[in-house]
Design a protein. Structure first.
Length: 241
C-alpha cells in the first residue's frame, strides 16, 4: 500500500495508524478480474439528453510522457489549440469554447468543444488538424511564445491538496525531478520543423484509431446521422425515463 499525506504531525500519526490497521486486516486474496474486450473499430458514440447545443470530443492515442517527442508535442498542442481549434470552433463556429490537449501521462491527444451549435462541422475541424499543421508557417518566435505559455503550466504553485495527489502520482510513476528537468530542457529546444514532424506523425498514426463522442439532443444527433450516413453515430440516452 502506498499513500500520500499532507497535514500536521498529529493527524499524520492518526492516518498512519489507521492505514497500518486496515492493511493488516485486509485479506490476501486475488483481485476479481473484470472482463475486457477491445473494440473492433474505433467508437463513434452519441449521448442524447435534452439540450440545444453539443459537446464534441475526438480522442487519439498519443506517445507516452517518456517518449522523446513528448515535450515537443506539449508545445505543438498549444500552437494547434490557440491558432487553429480556438479560431475555427470558437470564433468561426461560435461554440462557447474549444481546444485540444496532449496528455503524456494518459497517452492521449484530445480535441474538445462545449456549448457547440455544430456537430459534423466541428468534427471536420478536428480531422483537418493535420492539414493545418502541414500549411503552418511557424517561426522560432512563434514557438518561443508557445514554449512560455506551455512551460508556465508546469511551473505554477501547487496547493496542498493538489500537492498530495501530485506527489503520489510522481512516486508511483517514477517521475523524478531529473526527468521533469529533462522534459523542460527538451521543451526549450523545440523548433518549428521538429513540432511539425512530431504533430504530423501523431495525427497520421492516431486519427485511424480515434474515438468520437458527442453529447447533444437526440434530434441533433439524428440530424447529424442523416447529414453523414456514411459516418453514423451510435445514439443512446444519458437519462433513462
Amino acid at each position: 500500500m502506498t499513500a500520500s499525506f499532507t497535514g500536521t504531525d498529529r493527524v499524520y500519526e492518526t492516518v498512519r495508524k489507521n492505514l497500518v490497521e486496515w492493511s493488516a486486516s485486509a485479506q490476501n486474496q486475488p483481485a476479481a478480474s473484470l472482463p475486457f474486450e477491445p473494440l473492433a473499430t474505433p467508437p463513434r458514440e452519441g449521448l442524447a439528453a435534452p439540450m440545444d447545443v453539443a459537446y464534441c470530443v475526438t480522442v487519439l492515442p498519443a506517445p507516452h510522457i517518456s517518449h522523446p517527442d513528448a515535450s515537443t508535442l506539449v508545445v505543438g498542442n498549444r500552437l494547434v489549440s490557440f491558432e487553429y481549434i480556438l479560431e475555427e470552433v470558437r470564433f468561426k463556429g461560435t461554440a462557447y469554447g474549444g481546444g485540444c490537449n496532449y496528455s503524456g501521462g494518459g497517452s492521449t491527444f484530445e480535441f474538445h468543444s462545449y456549448r457547440d451549435p455544430w456537430i459534423h462541422r466541428t468534427l471536420d475541424v478536428y480531422n483537418s488538424a493535420a492539414a493545418f499543421v502541414q500549411k503552418a508557417q511557424w517561426t522560432q518566435s512563434d514557438v518561443e511564445r508557445a514554449i512560455i505559455g506551455a512551460a508556465k503550466e508546469f511551473e505554477r504553485p501547487i496547493r496542498p491538496g493538489e500537492a498530495t495527489g501530485a506527489a503520489l502520482w510522481r512516486h508511483l510513476t517514477g517521475d523524478t525531478p531529473d526527468r521533469r528537468n529533462a522534459r523542460h530542457a527538451a521543451m526549450l529546444r523545440a523548433t518549428p520543423a521538429g513540432i511539425k514532424r512530431a504533430m504530423l506523425e501523431l495525427f497520421e498514426s492516431g486519427f485511424p484509431k480515434a474515438a468520437v463522442c458527442v453529447v447533444s439532443s437526440r434530434e441533433k444527433l439524428e440530424a447529424a446521422n442523416r447529414e453523414r450516413p456514411g459516418k453514423p453515430i451510435a445514439i443512446s440516452d444519458i437519462l433513462a425515463v
